[in-house]
Design a protein around this ligand. Structure first.
Ligand code: FAD
Ligand code: NAP
Length: 542
């Protein structure tokens, strides 16, 4: 039981970019805000994911806060896509600049939260014995903050070192002279493999599903480029907010919103033209085609081009064959951007184990046993992803009106209105919750939009003396149907697609497509219309 209960206006869980900006924004409204964070520092994703090669996969000019012009004018990114250390420095800079630390309790995990309907307040308990009594409760807990470590027989028998990319040691890991085994070839695996390969004595990659990945084309940022970008921030930010994915790709070589300027229909190209495109641009040629997201035949042609390019880059034909994705479309999983991924397989010290030919059976004291053989390793790296989107929300025992549990309300999958609120849990807000563009966008754009919406909502409530807000069941149901409807027919929900967007990476998780496909621009307009119509679909009570 908590010894002391602190009364606040708003309790925010999480000190990643979402929690940090929420704190700053609410302070400007003279509210008493407390942030609770499990880690010992700010930055969320960039605090936890310190694995070798971790970096942003959208340009940093885009992936940065827009709320303070002084901040964006003062901060100089050194690379087009910044690495994790630089993004963490940025998060710490923001925390210092806006004096955030004094209202954040670190190394404190929220365990449960219960709504008291008679008082219209939340009571929140932490694992260090503190408790908070709050008018509003904001989950800024992140979509990718609960690492997934698969249950593999014998795992506890392993005598070597074990790491997860999402919980990387803060003082780094020295792989010199070490035989490393890495499980997983999503973004984290694909980013870390080339870097670990350079240091380790040997690297064995255990790959269950080969991925489609595009070269990052990262490079150092020049002063001229930064000066130019800084003079155009107003336009860049406006374009981001109106775009599909919140990415302008400013100065990145592609031009146009969302980093892509597809022009051609692949179905109208000849084999010779596709061959020429690959000769000219390699993997990047695939970005040219506008129909691969719309038509399965077009997509399959692009997959053929992709596989052809893999065979051009990877010298060993057996390894190349093993690295070729098959049986699911490009655009089903989260896009992956790499720096020298396929080239890593041309090194003598890197071996691919294609688990499609025989999966992992168990972990032994000395390595990983598959049905293809035993692989001796000194260290295992799990690059096996996250319990995405709902993991952190459901980790907290949240009880709403009448003691109803969120875990039960979402048993068949998450239910939200706009990804911001859920029926039965008044005054609880989620930042980038399921049902919002969130992980389909540059998340800083989506975070800022949600934070501003929530802060404006609280201001509106205080101005009109409303004490609680909650969606209506009808509005929530209609929103869920809309989210499902627009995802239908896209590559994201193709029957052959198994992604964490669908919860398919976690055994037993309901297969529901969780994010909103409509784009950040459309979504923002909808949110604004809802406010203009007097918070349409929400019930405000005094
Ligand atoms: P997070 O940064 O995840 O922060 C949530 C915080 O909440 C964490 O620090 C966690 O410790 C804390 N927390 C959770 N539960 C509790 C609890 N019960 N009690 C106390 N604290 C709790 N997005 C992009 O748009 N572009 C990218 O290039 C990109 N790259 C990524 C790279 C990696 C390796 C990963 C994992 C994700 C990436 N993302 C990217 C997504 C990224 O998560 C978001 O961009 C953004 O950083 C999320 O910020 P957040 O504050 O919402 O959540
Ligand atoms: P992920 O995309 O979920 O990839 C996990 C990998 O582990 C997959 O290859 C998966 O195979 C494999 N795996 C899981 N369980 C396994 C098992 N039991 N046996 C063998 N293989 C197993 O996770 P992630 O790579 O950490 O990326 C998650 C998300 O974080 C990304 O999609 C992205 O949104 C974000 N991220 C971004 C960046 C960036 O570039 N900025 C970097 C890292 C992460 P299957 O495919 O077969 O399930």
């Amino acid at each position: 039981m908590a010894n002391n209960i602190q009364s606040v206006d708003v309790l925010v869980v999480g000190a990643g970019f979402a929690g940090m900006y929420m704190l700053h924004r609410l302070r400007t409204q003279d509210l008493n805000v407390q942030v609770v964070e499990a880690g010992s520092g700010v930055g969320g994703t960039w605090y936890w994911n310190r694995y070798p090669g971790a970096r942003c996969d959208v340009p940093s000019i885009d992936y940065s806060f827009s709320f303070s012009d002084d901040l964006q004018q003062d901060w100089d990114w050194t690379e087009v896509m910044a690495g994790q250390p630089e993004i963490l420095d940025y998060a710490n800079h923001v925390a210092d600049r806006f004096d955030l630390l004094k209202d954040i309790s670190f190394e404190t995990r929220v365990l449960d939260a219960t709504y008291d309907e008679s008082k219209r307040r939340w009571l929140i308990h932490t694992d260090v014995g503190t408790a908070y009594d709050a008018r509003f409760y904001v989950m800024a807990t992140g979509c990718l903050s609960v690492p997934n470590t698969p249950t593999i027989e014998g795992a506890s028998e392993f005598k070597g070192k074990v790491y997860h990319t999402g919980q990387w040691p803060h003082d780094g890991v020295n792989f010199e002279g070490v035989r490393v085994g890495i499980i997983g070839t999503g973004s984290s695996g694909i980013q870390s493999i080339p870097v670990i390969a350079e240091e380790a004595a040997h690297l064995t990659v255990f790959q269950r599903t080969p991925n489609y990945t595009m070269p990052a084309q990262n490079r150092p940022q020049t002063k001229e480029f930064l000066d130019d970008a800084k003079s155009k921030y107003d336009e860049i930010r406006r374009t981001q907010r109106e775009s599909q994915a919140g990415i302008v790709g400013y100065g990145f070589g592609f031009g146009g919103a969302d980093n892509v300027a597809p022009m051609d229909a692949i179905l109208e190209t000849s084999p010779e033209q596709r061959e020429q495109a690959l000769n000219d641009e390699g993997f990047a040629a695939i970005r040219r085609y506008m129909d691969i997201g719309l038509d399965m035949n077009a997509n399959e042609l692009a997959c053929d081009m992709y596989r052809e390019q893999v065979s051009r880059v990877v010298k060993d034909p057996k390894a190349a064959e093993g690295l070729m994705p098959k049986g699911y479309p490009i655009g089903c999983k989260r896009p992956v951007i790499d720096s020298g991924y396929y080239e890593a397989y041309n090194r003598d010290n890197v071996k691919l184990v294609d688990l499609r030919k025989g999966g992992i059976e168990c972990i032994t004291e000395t390595g990983i046993q598959t049905s293809q053989g035993h692989y001796e390793v000194d260290a295992i790296v799990y690059a096996t992803g996250f319990d995405a989107m709902t993991g952190a929300l459901l980790n907290v025992d949240i009880k709403g009106r009448g003691g109803a549990k969120l875990r039960e309300a979402w048993e068949a999958g998450p239910r939200t209105y706009l990804g911001l609120q859920t029926v039965g849990f008044p005054n609880l807000f989620m930042i980038t919750g399921p049902g919002s563009p969130s992980v389909l966008s540059n998340m800083i754009v989506s975070i800022e939009q949600h934070v501003d919406w929530i802060a404006d909502c609280i201001q509106h409530m205080d101005a009109h003396q409303w004490r609680s807000i909650e969606p209506t069941s009808v509005a929530e149901q209609q929103w869920i149907e809309h989210v499902n409807e627009i995802a239908k027919g896209t590559m994201l929900t193709a029957p052959s697609c198994n992604s964490w967007y669908l919860g398919a990476n976690i055994p037993g998780k309901p297969r529901i497509f969780m994010p909103y496909v409509g784009g950040v621009g459309t979504y923002r307009t909808k949110c604004e219309e809802i406010v203009a119509n007097g918070y349409e679909g929400f019930e405000l009570a005094s």
